[in-house]
Write a protein of this length. Structure first.
Length: 627
């Protein structure tokens, strides 16, 4: 027990120091980024090595194995400190020694790579660790690889020096983005939640959406989307808002598995809703070499289409079950909600406004963080609640830093061996130049990788591996990056490894498989959205105002029609042939030609005419959602 308390205390202090360090050092430029990176990773690894033992022992073995395990983990901590301080203090000399490293450089680099491997394993388990090991084996054994995978092979020293001391591996772009932007937004989000912003967003969502058909289901979508856009974590968002929304939905007439599915789908959408987007917005801006605000602008319509598809599914389900909105006396007046929580709205709008004005994300997040900290002082939030909220954010930041360092290993090896260009050529060859076939291949790869790894890592790896293939076939580079990022996010609700769905099912006490497949069916229209914006770049704000409006309009209709077909209800059950025709009509709206649009609209008119002859199910009142 004493050992456990000691471990957790060190981990907590180390991770909280990470947040404090980045919050002040990065925005104020107190140290160059070359020193910030090793210090941050050092603090993160200290916490990880103490938070989770090298070997996780059973409870009954705790007393026998705690001291030897503590000694072993302490050796890892010492090694992390030595590596971090060595690179920090010698960064200037290391830059000038590129290509002529010393023996000590070689030793430090090997130790650094080993530490990152273990940090990744402790942070997120074996999936990403195995990917890193496979990449390392590929770099070592290139001479034995067949066909296009062949390369001359590299020594352990050459690989480790490339990964640890070249700033294109462990300390490459993924970790740099975490330090420059994402951790600051994590701090901002943690402070917002402890200040009461989450409760405000729930009340705001209730006043905005509670009166409509489906009541609490739509409230859950709006609330989870707003909270998730700040937190940027699907499973974490399920745990935060789902503990409130899921029981309320169950009490208002939603079946447990459907209530859990609503929360899983809505929380997953937080990763594609600006400003954080699961950290991918910052990564994308850096990879594409465009301002962050352009990425946010391109993300808006796809994100709205995603949430529209979720809302449409809920609306159709609610009509089939006769669940209507909340009664008027149960809905908080909109302007009263604004009056009591305008300060939270002002804080969020402050950050958005600064980003739109062209201020760097670093300074925008820092300004929002300082303003929220002042609000916390004014509202006299308890110190324990503040530390707990920051610690939750620090845990997320620590895992993200570890996995992005691991992703840096894979990216560094891809660059060293030239695998990215070879794989791109292979995929273009397999697809025989057919864009749709290539998109299907990329979709499958994105979902499979997203099932076992964080979205940030999936994006980094696919940006190096498949983006060149998509661009080679003429797809707009922004659309290509959004395409595989979008499907990497959707993996969180794609069976068999639907982590967000399973997290929601545990709260709803519903069947895991039923919840997972229901969430997948509910989000199925969203699986079509990436094809919409790849085929029609206007959905990424690339076009005239009229083109953008028309593209969004036709896409929204297509999404709604697919929701009708998948949810199998339009004023009554639909025959199988009708559902097939509806899906074909919706897909025809993907192509932005006059002929396909007319075909889609004819199907829509037929659907409306067909449905008007049916009677609606009697309604049922839902209960209010308590924040």
């Amino acid at each position: 027990m004493v050992m456990t308390r000691f471990r957790e205390t060190i981990a907590k202090v180390s991770w909280l120091l990470t947040l404090v360090f980045i919050t002040f050092v990065q925005p104020l430029y107190l140290l160059p980024i070359e020193q910030q990176l090793p210090i941050t990773l050092m603090l993160v690894m200290i916490g990880l090595f103490y938070h989770r033992p090298f070997i996780k022992m059973k409870e009954e073995m705790g007393k026998q194995g705690s001291i030897p395990m503590l000694i072993l983990d302490s050796l890892f901590v010492v090694a992390a400190i030595v590596v971090g301080l060595y690179i920090t203090l010698n960064y200037h000399a290391i830059i000038y020694r590129q290509g002529a490293f010393t023996a000590m450089d070689a030793v430090i680099s090997v130790v650094a790579v080993v530490l990152v491997f273990d940090a990744v394993r402790r942070a997120v388990g074996w999936p990403l660790t195995i990917v890193c090991l496979v990449a390392l084996a590929y770099a070592l054994l290139g001479r034995l690889m067949p066909g296009a995978l062949f390369h001359r092979g590299y020594s352990v020293n050459r690989i480790s020096l490339q990964l640890a001391l070249s700033y294109s591996g462990i300390y490459g772009i993924p970790l740099q983005i975490m330090v420059r932007y994402v951790i600051l937004f994590i701090v901002f989000g943690a402070l917002l939640q402890v200040s009461g912003a989450a409760d405000f967003l729930v009340r705001f969502s209730t006043s905005f959406a509670g009166r409509y058909t489906g009541g609490l289901g739509k409230v859950a979508v709006v609330a989870s989307g707003l909270v998730g856009s700040i937190s940027g974590s699907a499973a974490g968002n399920v745990a935060t808002t789902g503990s409130v929304t899921i029981p309320a939905m169950k009490g208002s007439g939603y079946e447990p598995h459907f209530a859990a599915s609503v929360e899983a789908v809505a929380s997953t959408g937080g990763q594609i809703m600006p400003p954080i987007m699961g950290a991918a917005a910052f990564l994308m801006a850096d990879y594409l070499g465009i301002p962050y605000i352009q990425v946010v602008k391109a993300a808006v319509i796809p994100a709205l289409l995603y949430f529209f598809s979720a809302g449409a599914a809920i609306d159709i389900y609610a009509r089939s079950k006769g669940i209507v909105g909340l009664p008027k006396d149960k809905i908080p007046p909109f302007w009263n909600v604004i009056k009591t929580g305008w300060v939270f709205l002002a804080l969020i709008l402050l950050v958005y406004g600064m980003l739109i004005a062209g201020v760097s994300p670093t300074l925008a997040a820092f300004a929002g963080t300082m303003a929220t900290a002042l609000l916390i002082v004014v509202r006299r939030v308890g110190l324990k609640a503040l530390i707990d909220a920051l610690y939750d954010g620090a845990q997320s930041a620590a895992k993200l830093c570890a996995v992005t360092a691991g992703a840096g290993i894979v990216v560094g090896i891809i660059q060293l061996t030239g695998l990215g260009a070879q794989l791109a050529s292979f995929m273009v060859e397999v697809s025989q130049g057919h864009v749709f076939v290539l998109l299907i291949l990329v979709m499958v790869a994105s979902i499979i990788m997203g099932m076992g790894m964080p979205t940030t890592v999936v994006y980094v790896l696919l940006a190096a591996l498949v983006a060149p293939a998509l661009v080679a076939l003429g797809i707009d580079v922004v659309g290509a990056h959004f395409f595989f990022f979008y499907f990497g996010v959707l993996a969180a609700i794609t069976p068999p490894v639907a982590l967000a769905s399973y997290a929601a099912a545990s709260i709803a006490k519903s069947d895991f498989d039923k919840t997972g497949w229901t969430a997948f069916k509910m989000a199925l229209p969203a699986f079509i959205v990436p094809f919409f914006f790849v085929m029609n770049p206007a959905l990424l704000m690339n076009g005239s105002v009229l083109e953008i409006i028309y593209a969004a309009f036709t896409s929204a209709i297509g999404v709604w029609m697919i929701s009708v077909a998948t949810m199998n209800y339009f004023r009554g059950k639909l025959p199988l042939w009708a559902r097939a025709v509806i899906i074909l009509g919706a897909i025809s709206l993907i192509g932005h030609s006059l002929v396909t649009d007319i075909a889609g609209y004819l199907v829509l008119v037929g659907l409306i005419f067909f449905g008007m002859r049916r009677k609606q199910v009697p309604p049922k009142q839902s209960e209010p959602l308590k924040a």
